[in-house]
Design a protein around this ligand. Structure first.
Ligand SMILES: [Zn+2]
Ligand SMILES: [Zn+2]
Ligand SMILES: [Zn+2]
Length: 241
């Protein structure tokens, strides 16, 4: 946000927190750096946050706003002199091979991204010293992956989560969850559904992400939210165990 050509009050807002790039997170320990999704804004997000190294990419799903920045991973290939580990489910791997066919071509031209595609293990696995558990959620009929890193869970682009997967979220200290707008949406939780899910799971601290300009002004919506729930904003940093 703002959305191109939109005259609405949110898109015209001067509040920095009403300016949003595409949804993505960086997960860091002292030793390890992981990005979840390479958005259309990936290059700028990496520059803005002064990210100097990357150990792996995790993909949630193959929608364009979550994958289209992949080409810029080549800067890390260049400085780290190694292929990038890219974890994705089968659906996303198929899409990446199609949408970035030159990366996977038999005869590659020089300077393109060097990527090692990896399946997502069923059980908790480690990237460096960060434990990761994949959580399968639904984006209408598309399977999407959420990820739990210790006590922190990130779920975007979901509108339904099966009971067995909800169990994997329980006990998180912090949950980042998608909440698109107030009105119902076919493939995203709305504000009411996201709030209800946080309550149902008894998560003490939650932040909403993947927010549309249709939700309203950041400062006003935040006031309406229950204790422990807030809208996320670009550049926000969260410390967790
Ligand atoms: Zn707008
Ligand atoms: Zn999506
Ligand atoms: Zn999305």
């Amino acid at each position: 946000m703002p959305m191109i050509a939109c005259p609405c009050t949110v898109c015209s807002s001067a509040d920095k927190k009403d300016k949003r790039l595409r949804s993505s997170i960086l997960v860091e320990s002292e030793k390890t750096t992981i990005v979840v999704d390479t958005t259309t804004d990936f290059r700028y997000q990496m520059l803005r946050e002064h990210v100097r190294k990357m150990d792996a990419v995790l993909f949630t799903h193959p929608h364009k706003d979550h994958i289209s920045g992949l080409d810029d991973i080549r800067a890390f290939n260049y400085f780290q002199d190694s292929a990038m580990d890219v974890y994705a489910n089968e659906l996303t791997q198929t899409a990446l091979k199609k949408e970035f066919s030159y990366i996977f071509a038999e005869h590659k031209y020089p300077g393109i991204p060097d990527i090692k595609l990896l399946d997502i293990p069923e059980d908790t696995f480690l990237i460096g010293d960060i434990p990761i558990t994949a959580i399968k959620v639904w984006h209408l009929r598309m399977p999407v992956l959420g990820f739990r890193f210790g006590s922190f869970t990130y779920i975007t682009d979901a509108n339904r989560i099966e009971d067995a997967e909800l169990e994997k979220i329980k006990g998180s200290d912090v949950l980042v969850l998608n909440a698109l707008r107030k009105e119902k949406h076919i493939s995203h939780f709305n504000l009411e559904e996201a709030t209800a899910l946080v309550k149902e799971l008894n998560i003490p601290t939650a932040y909403f992400t993947h927010i549309s300009h249709q939700l309203g002004l950041h400062v006003e919506i935040n006031k309406e939210l229950p204790d422990g729930i807030a809208l996320a904003f670009d550049g926000q940093q969260i410390l967790t165990k």
